[in-house]
Design a protein. Structure first.
Length: 230
């Protein structure tokens, strides 16, 4: 990371600049919310209004089509490795992940750019999905938490390399790790996969960014395809 990049990380951007650089955060929130609205409408149309299903644990036809499902992926439904990172089981699941997403991305995006936030989210989410596909293939799961862990890891790495304040990423990481092991139903594989990919991508920030990003994407796709053979 060059001195100019370090100064950019350590010096807060003006409010107008920060607001103008949050296109990725806005887009990611919009897509996650849109998916949740569609899923909720599907549940209500199919089952009638069920508060528990809408807010806590509802599974809609959209989930059945797009959630992580190892056997289905094994049969060729590779899109689930991507769609699952935008689906949530109820409003509370969605809000918890969107809160962490907002806290991490609103700090990272003005420093690293919208393209970087989108890249880290998508590849960390893919890394989380591939990890589940390998280590918990029979589990049906979905959510943005793996992608969010990647964003938190990236923010922490950027802050450490710039010798900037690391309080926020450390607090977010701590909260995420406690939830991972304390809350039933959390996917350890997904969170570990997202955390690892986000860290690798952030370590490649700088002149090698494109090469590291491309290599990570190719490796994740190769791992997903290779899983078919064992």
């Amino acid at each position: 990371m060059s001195n100019d990049q370090i100064r950019a990380v350590t010096s807060p951007a003006p409010p107008a600049t920060q607001a103008g650089r949050r296109h990725a955060l806005t887009a990611l929130i919009a897509v996650n919310v849109a998916a949740a609205v569609i899923a909720s409408v599907m549940i209500v149309v199919r089952d009638g209004f069920d508060l528990a299903a809408v807010f806590y644990d509802g599974v809609s036809p959209l989930h059945e089509w797009g959630e992580l499902n190892g056997p289905a992926i094994q049969d060729g439904a590779y899109w689930r490795l991507l769609t699952s990172m935008f689906l949530h089981y109820g409003v509370l699941h969605l809000l918890a992940n969107l809160l962490l997403l907002w806290l991490a991305a609103r700090r990272l995006e003005p420093l690293a750019g919208s393209g970087t936030v989108l890249t880290v989210y998508l590849l960390s989410g893919l890394g989380a999905a591939v990890a589940v596909y390998y280590f918990d293939p029979e589990v049906l799961t979905a959510g943005a938490s793996g992608a969010v862990f990647g964003l938190i890891a990236a923010l922490l790495v950027v802050s450490l390399r710039a010798r900037a304040n690391t309080t926020l990423p450390l607090v977010l990481l701590g909260v995420g790790l406690v939830a991972t092991f304390a809350v039933p139903g959390m996917s350890i594989a997904a969170h570990a996969g997202g955390l690892l990919v986000g860290t690798v991508l952030a370590l490649g920030f700088g002149r090698a960014r494109l090469a590291v990003t491309a290599a990570t994407a190719v490796l994740l796709v190769a791992l997903a395809v290779a899983r078919q053979f064992f």
